[in-house]
Design a protein around this ligand. Sequence first.
Ligand code: RP5
Length: 173
Amino acid sequence: MAKKPRIALVMGSTSDMPQVEPALEILKDLKIPYTTRVLSAHRTPDAVRVFAKSAHQEGIQVIIACAGAAAHLAGVIASHTDLPVIGVPMAGTTLGGLDALFSTVQMPGGVPVATMGIGKAGTKNAVLMAARILALQDAELEGRLARKRENQAARVLELDQEIRASGTWTWEG
Ligand code: RP5
């Protein structure tokens, strides 16, 4: 039987997809059921409100909001829910995502948005942060996250070994 999504990823536009899609693999890898929505704080404000107000009841535990330009999606979602909201500024405008970073990170005190870095790396860290939040009450997920980190470290050491063995990156005069 299909499991209920625990994480919701919301994008402001389908143009954000290339910066979001790679992170979805991480959620599959960690076996965390998720749902993805395309909702815009300024183009579909009513749909954003309905989504945010019902998310907790639907079983969602963490919301990730990815938006670019004058990005108010994460803040607007956070204004309608008590769930943790993680904002990811999308690159793509002439300001390269700095606009979205400032819009997302500078929430006035009272309504928090945990803001990640810009673009693909930010989305990747957002899903890992969401997984860490869920893992506080899910020992199996905690184990999967720990194994993922071990594999990541092993891969870096493997690459280190490869470049040392190749000799190309060493010069002994
Ligand atoms: C934001 O405006 C979206 O999140 C997107 O990053 C940006 C541009 O959207 P499009 O004009 O490409 O739909 O709301």
